[in-house]
Design a protein. Structure first.
Lengths: 543, 314
């Protein structure tokens, strides 16, 4: 009898193995919030905010003294980062979370500062020809790579050409298809020649300059930044140390560990327990739970959060319907609910950090007016309202919360909004790539310091135009902005673009989300950037 | 010999079925690894070029066999999200997850067997009743919840360990083991409770059988009967259970690694699934499948050593 039982057990054991492994695989798929948000930042089209506002009771009452061995040592800073580095080769790593870490290691010919200016970095100086087709750079005198070798003009040519995809392959950076050639003039001068004029091209030249002699850029990252790479371990950490031969102002803190904090619910505990000293993009709830050992810096995430409407589907193909929604949605109410009133209202596809282009007056194009909204709906032929679906990526807590407030607000004009939460990968394929959606709430950020980073997607035939916005006036204004070399005219045309987006109600623009950064008070000097950047070199011991 | 061949064949079949399931699952799930790698700003041409370079445009079965043949040759491929060979990456993580499983297993054996014997020996005594009640409660607590409780009590209130303060075994081996002890408890608790209950039941069962009475009549005292005769028989099902429990503990570490921020295999598995990084997922799932199969085999072997009544036909 025992024998029989054993034989039977064998028969089922295969089934057992299959089931066990499948359970493992599938349980991974069922959206684990922290895990997802940690990994969904491989994009520039959404904000990488902390995913969830729900906290465990354990966190809520978490209070502890810093008894870790590391926190008292001010020569070492442990920074929590929500997602892992996606590769060590700066030219092949696109993750926003990777860019913010690599800012400390790699530098381009020019480098962004906290005010949104581009300053010379690997190049000490540059000139742009009057027709904006030739960009000439002077190599910084005495600048060295982390391995001690001197940076040469060949390294610059190599780095730029690597992104152009010289051997017939596609350029790694879309805009680099505009480059005609990179010419070495002499030992200290390089010219980048464009096929067509582009006075904004400097914003694309923050791409890392790496040594041509390094045969393994994907395993041994070498740059020119204030910190150099030491080691990394997947899902664990990324370790850097100060580069003492740095050309500019040297970093204060010697050793910096970027620790991957994929469990968003553990952040308060880890900060209080002392296993991390700094964390960016915490929620307002988390910031409120922290003891006075921490300084909370409040800034903005530099993105445009909106209820993006698919302008191709009914009823959103009618401008009156879109305007009606703008009149019905109250951004302040959303900010109050989602992040205790923090946040900055936006009225078009531009966030306030772009001071030159941001138009605060557009916030008043649609002041909340329920009667006006109803009137517009009636004119459009929907006197009794309609029903539609807002598709939201479930790992972004703030966007989900926003969608819920919007759904409540729209009830006032008889419009029913159903909220459908989907996994990030589905969002990318269904909403962003295939444009099969009615409305969605996300945040869109800028990949470069140029207004076109935010505005180019609204051009009628743009590949990134996932809202299917179509306007001849807009296309003309955008083309004019691209064509002109004069800065004030360019700004004027970009502003015209923004005004059109606002008046045509391309989408319901809401806000630039608030960002909270917490830093242990033993350290100071945190600076917000208009781009996705953490400048660790600026952080110093408090005393 | 025939048995060995049969066993090997069934092992191979199981692995093929498992790997095919994972492959199919990824084919059904939304999400393009190329877009995942290049970001949303990438041009369609670049995405297409990358897809072609990654071989993603080939038919499913072609991709599957290409992967399977490479896997048999020991080439696990290159991670899409880390751009490094999968084998080397996982090799550094295996000691972490294994240490977790093994410490949990040792804790389970060391605690549950003496407790099982005590409860059976003093059946219906005060100690037995207390332990039985506690057992029922602990069995009902899933590891992630006991993990949160342990973090709160031992980490935040008693400050015996720093939550999230994991150190790599390469930097500080003692600190590494120390940090893993509490997570191991979280994994071990339900298993301890189940083992105690099982051993207790078996011992009481076996002690009521004829051979136990015979052993008494031959002049053995209680301890003699218990340790020399009854325990041996009562242990057989427990060993099966512990074997399966060990496999389960490796799987159980998936949740616990998340709760305690341990950068082991399981955390890589979870992030790789959401990154659509299937070379990594395939390698890990195959690893787990192999572990489960090997443990099953070991249980069979130990079975035969302990109980000569069990013979499997050759």
């Amino acid at each position: 009898m025992i024998k029989r039982r054993i034989m039977k057990k064998k028969g089922t054991s295969i089934l057992m193995v299959v089931l066990t492994t499948l359970t493992v695989a599938l349980s991974g798929c069922s959206s684990d919030k922290a895990g997802d948000s940690a990994n969904s930042s491989n994009t520039t089209a959404t904000s990488t905010d902390t995913a969830t506002s729900t906290q465990t009771d354990a966190d809520a009452s978490a209070k502890a003294d810093g008894n870790a061995t590391t926190t008292d040592d001010l020569s070492k800073l442990i920074v929590g980062i929500p997602q892992d580095i996606d590769g060590l080769d700066p030219h092949n790593s696109t993750g926003a979370g990777t860019r913010e870490v690599f800012y400390n290691i790699f530098e381009g010919l020019v480098k962004a500062d906290e005010n949104g200016n581009l300053n010379p970095a690997v190049a000490s100086d540059y000139t742009i020809s009057d027709d904006a087709t030739v960009y000439s750079f002077t190599l910084r005198d005495g600048i060295k790579f982390h391995d001690g070798s001197a940076v040469t003009v060949e390294d610059i040519k190599y780095s730029i050409e690597r992104n152009m995809g010289v051997d017939g392959s596609e350029p790694l950076i879309r805009a680099y298809s505009k480059i005609d050639s990179v010419n070495i003039v002499d030992d200290t001068h390089v010219d980048i020649v464009l096929k067509e004029a582009d006075s904004d091209f400097l914003t694309q030249l923050t791409v890392a300059i790496i040594p041509a002699a390094n045969e393994h850029p994907d395993t041994t990252p070498i740059g020119t930044g204030p910190y150099k790479y030491v080691s990394n371990s997947p899902q664990e950490n990324f370790v850097v140390t100060r580069f003492d031969d740095y050309w500019g102002e040297k970093a204060y803190i010697k050793d910096v560990v970027f620790k991957i904090e994929s469990n968003m619910d553990a952040i308060v505990m880890d900060l209080e327990g002392g296993s991390i000293d700094m964390m960016a993009r915490v929620t307002s709830t988390q910031a409120n739970q922290l003891s006075d050992k921490f300084e909370v810096y409040e800034g903005t995430m530099n993105l445009v959060q909106a209820l993006y409407l698919n302008n191709d589907v009914k009823p959103f193909d009618d401008v009156k319907v879109r305007q009606a929604l703008c009149y019905a949605v109250n951004p302040q109410e959303i900010m109050d609910f989602v992040s205790d009133g923090a946040g900055t209202e936006v009225g078009s596809a531009m966030f306030p950090a772009f001071t030159k282009y941001y138009m605060p007056e557009l916030n008043d194009t649609y002041n909340t007016d329920i009667d006006k909204a109803k009137e517009l709906l009636t004119e459009a032929g929907y006197p009794d309202g309609f029903e539609f679906t807002i598709t939201v990526p479930s790992n972004y807590g703030q966007h989900v919360d926003t969608a819920q407030v919007i759904a409540e607000e729209l009830k006032a004009i008889g419009v029913t909004a159903n909220i459908q939460e989907i996994e990030w990968n589905s969002w990318v394929s269904d909403v962003y790539s295939d444009r099969k959606y009615e409305a969605t709430v996300v945040g869109i950020d800028a990949s470069t310091l140029s207004a076109s980073a935010l505005l180019s997607r609204y051009v009628s035939d743009a590949g990134k135009n996932f809202v299917n916005f179509k306007s001849e006036a807009y296309d003309t204004a955008y083309a004019n902005a691209q064509a002109t070399q004069k800065d004030d005219e360019k700004t004027k045309f970009y502003k015209e673009c923004e005004t059109i987006l606002s008046e045509e109600a391309a989408s319901v623009y809401i806000q630039d989300l608030p960002e909270f950064v917490v830093l242990n008070k033993k350290f100071t000097g945190y600076k917000f950037f208009p781009l996705y950047v953490q400048d660790i070199a600026a952080i110093k011991p408090a005393n | 010999m025939k048995y060995t061949i049969k066993k090997l064949f069934s092992t191979l079949m199981t692995l093929i079925v498992v790997s095919l399931c994972v492959f199919l699952a990824f084919n059904v799930l939304p999400g393009d690894p190329a877009i995942r790698m290049l970001g949303l700003e990438a041009s369609d041409e670049l995405i297409e070029q990358t897809r072609a370079a990654m071989g993603l445009n080939d038919p499913l079965l072609v991709r599957y066999f290409r992967w399977f043949i490479a896997f048999l040759q020991g080439d696990f491929g290159t991670s899409y999200s880390y751009k490094v060979p999968v084998a080397g990456m996982l090799l550094n993580k295996i000691p972490i997850t294994f240490s977790l499983g093994i410490i949990a297993f040792i804790l389970t054996v060391l605690i549950s067997i003496p407790m099982g014997i005590v409860t059976a020996k003093y059946e219906n005594g005060v100690l037995d009743r207390i332990i039985t009640v506690f057992n029922q409660i602990i069995m009902a607590i899933p590891p992630f919840f006991s993990g949160i409780l342990i973090t709160f009590i031992f980490g935040m209130i008693l400050k015996i360990f720093t939550p999230g303060g994991f150190v790599s075994y390469k930097d500080d081996f003692f600190g590494f083991i120390k940090y893993l002890i509490f997570p191991s408890f979280a994994i071990a608790f339900p298993k301890i409770a189940m083992t105690v209950k099982m051993l207790r039941g078996n011992l009481i069962d076996e002690a009521g059988k004829d051979y136990a009475r015979t052993a008494y009549s031959r002049g053995n005292n209680t301890n003699g009967v218990l340790y020399r005769h009854v325990l041996k028989n009562a242990m057989i099902p427990v060993i099966t259970f512990l074997g399966m429990a060990l496999a389960d503990m490796v799987a159980g570490s998936i949740v616990v690694e998340q709760v305690f921020s341990i950068p082991g295999i399981s955390r890589i598995l979870l992030t790789s699934i959401s990154n659509r990084d299937y070379p990594v997922v395939e390698a890990i799932i195959m690893g787990i499948a192999i572990i489960v199969i090997v443990l099953n085999l070991l249980v069979d072997i130990i079975y035969r050593i302990i109980d000569p009544r069990i013979r499997i036909d050759d």
